[in-house]
Ligand binder design. Structure first.
Ligand code: SF4
Length: 231
């Protein structure tokens, strides 16, 4: 699966000039998952992180780690902009349909992860991710390393997930507009992949997905191959 590789490259380049902290994944240090949705009231909230969260999958090797760019949770004292990018190595799937299904399955991880005192509100379409951090979680020493380790543990419940670099960005100097656009692009590539696998309509001149196909190597060939296979 290399359809997202160029977006991964651009995204890693986007953050390459920022100083960052890197932490090893530690399953035993994972933050507690309370297993259900929680409501953190305004009066119990330390801060809100407002931004996007999305996954970028690849078949290239990815080392398990947590990367933090900007202040960690213990240092954030007021609401701030935020982005979470999970770069995920998956088994190299020969079958694109299986790869697409896997991408969707991995996406559901965020709807089944409930870090204590870290309330995540999302919308799948726009990749919006707003996190409310509880004062109590701060007292209990919550950190991105611990929350990130919990996410990695959850991703890895799927045996096709081989490695995860989860990147949290809170540096106010970061271009958060870039991450919004990258999240949209990620969504568009996934939708185009779905179209190329399942739709027999092959008319590039009228197809609204053409800008994605022009940019992502191999997508047109995939659609053509699928069409030929189904005829
Ligand atoms: S190959 Fe052509 S028809 Fe197929 S998704 Fe891309 S632009 Fe659309």
């Amino acid at each position: 699966m290399d359809f997202f590789d160029s977006l991964i490259e651009k995204t890693l380049k986007e953050i390459s000039d920022f100083s960052s902290e890197e932490y090893a994944y530690s399953e035993k240090d994972s933050w507690q998952d309370i297993g259900v949705n929680q409501v953190i009231l305004q009066r119990d909230t330390l801060c809100e992180l407002d931004g996007v969260g999305f996954n970028l999958v690849t078949s290239k090797p990815v080392k398990d780690k947590i990367t933090v760019i900007g202040p960690d949770l213990q240092k954030i004292k007021s609401n701030c902009s935020f982005a979470r990018v999970s770069v995920i190595e998956i088994d190299s799937e020969e079958d694109e349909q299986a790869a697409y299904n896997l991408i969707r399955k991995i996406e559901y991880t965020k709807y089944h992860t409930f870090p204590e005192g870290y309330m995540i509100r999302t919308s799948s379409k726009g990749s919006k991710e707003v996190v409310r951090v509880a004062k109590s979680a701060c007292k209990n020493k919550i950190s991105f390393q611990k929350v990130g380790s919990l996410f990695i543990k959850k991703y890895k419940e799927n045996p096709a997930v081989k490695g995860v670099n989860i990147i949290f960005i809170t540096d106010p100097k970061a271009d958060f507009g870039y991450f919004e656009k990258a999240a949209e692009k990620n969504h568009d590539i996934t939708e185009t992949l779905n179209h190329a696998i399942n739709n027999l309509n092959f008319d590039c001149n009228t197809c609204k997905l053409k800008p994605v196909c022009d940019e992502v190597e191999g997508m047109k060939e995939l659609h053509f191959k699928t069409k030929m296979g189904k005829q």
